[in-house]
Ligand binder design. Structure first.
Ligand code: M1P
Length: 249
C-alpha cells in the first residue's frame, strides 16, 4: 500500500457536493471519502453550523474528529483533527446598532412576502454569520422542497439579496445564496476562503476544492476562484464521486 500524501488536501463543500441539500451523507459517499482519506488529507468546508453539518455527516459532534479539517460557517468555526483551532464572532465584529438594522429590515422585508407557506425561525444568529430564511428554518422537508421550486421560479432570494445590497451597501457585508431556502449574511472576506488561512499554515503543495455553487454570487465562488486552490465545479454528489475516482484512483 502506498503511503498517504500529506502535501495534498481535498476540501469539500457539503450541500449539493457530498449530500443533497441538508440531506444525510449516503453510504457510497462515506466509503468514497474513507478511501480518499487513505490517499490524501481530507477536509469539509460548509456554510452551515457544526450541529447541522455533523447531522448531515450521519453523527453527532464526535464525528468532527473523523475529518482532518472540519470547517463550519465557512471556517469561521474551525477544527483540525477534532480540536477547535478558530472561532469568529459576528456580534463582536459588528456594531450592535448596524446588526439590528439588518435584522429589522430583513424581518420587515420577509413579513411582506407571500409564499406557498411560512413556518418559524426566519433569522438564525450563528457564531460568524446571520442566516435569513423567508420560509422559516423550521419548515418540513416537503415545505423546503416546495419553497426551493417556488424560489427558482420567482427568484425570492435573489430579489431579497438585491434589496439588502441596495439598502446596506456600505455595511461591509455580503449576502450569499448558499443552500436551498436561505441567505447567509457575512462580513466581506468571511466567505469560504476564510478557511484557507488554517490549511496554509500546514504548507500543502496542492489544495483541491470541490463545490457546486461555484458561479458568481454562490457561496463556493470565492474559494473556487482563489489562486491558492484548484477548483472543481460539480453538479451532484454522484459527480463528485466520479471526479474523485478520476483524479485519485
Ligand atoms: O449549503 C450550505 C448552506 O446550507 C444551509 O442552506 P439552506 O438551509 O438554505 O438549504 C444553510 O445552513 C446555509 O447557511 C448554508 O450556507
Amino acid at each position: 500500500m502506498t503511503s498517504r500524501d500529506m502535501t495534498t488536501i481535498c476540501l469539500f463543500d457539503i450541500d449539493g457536493t457530498l449530500t443533497g441539500a441538508r440531506k444525510k451523507i449516503r453510504p457510497e459517499m462515506e466509503e468514497c471519502l474513507k478511501k480518499l482519506k487513505s490517499k490524501v488529507v481530507v477536509g469539509l468546508v460548509g456554510g452551515s453550523d457544526a450541529v447541522k453539518i455533523t447531522e448531515q455527516m450521519g453523527g453527532d459532534l464526535s464525528i468532527i474528529k473523523e475529518f482532518d479539517y472540519f470547517f463550519c460557517e465557512n471556517g469561521l468555526v474551525a477544527y483540525k483533527n477534532g480540536e477547535q483551532i478558530g472561532e469568529q464572532s459576528l456580534s463582536k465584529y459588528m456594531d450592535e446598532d448596524k446588526l439590528q438594522e439588518v435584522i429589522n429590515f430583513s424581518l420587515n422585508y420577509m413579513s411582506n412576502l407571500k409564499l406557498p407557506c411560512k413556518r418559524g425561525t426566519f433569522v438564525e444568529f450563528r457564531k460568524g454569520m446571520l442566516n435569513l430564511c423567508p420560509v422559516g428554518r423550521s419548515c418540513s422537508q416537503a415545505e423546503r422542497d416546495e419553497f426551493g421550486k417556488y424560489d427558482e421560479e420567482h427568484k425570492i432570494r435573489q430579489k431579497f439579496v438585491d434589496a439588502l445590497y441596495e439598502k446596506f451597501s456600505t455595511f461591509g457585508l455580503c449576502y450569499v445564496i448558499g443552500g436551498q431556502i436561505s441567505i447567509d449574511v457575512i462580513p466581506k472576506g468571511w466567505d469560504k476562503t476564510f478557511c484557507l488561512q488554517f490549511v496554509e499554515k500546514d504548507k500543502f503543495k496542492t489544495i483541491h476544492f470541490f463545490g457546486d455553487k461555484t458561479q458568481k454570487g454562490g457561496n463556493d465562488y470565492e474559494i473556487y476562484e482563489d489562486s491558492r486552490t484548484i477548483g472543481h465545479s460539480v453538479k451532484s454528489p454522484e459527480d463528485t464521486m466520479k471526479l474523485i475516482e478520476e483524479l485519485f484512483f
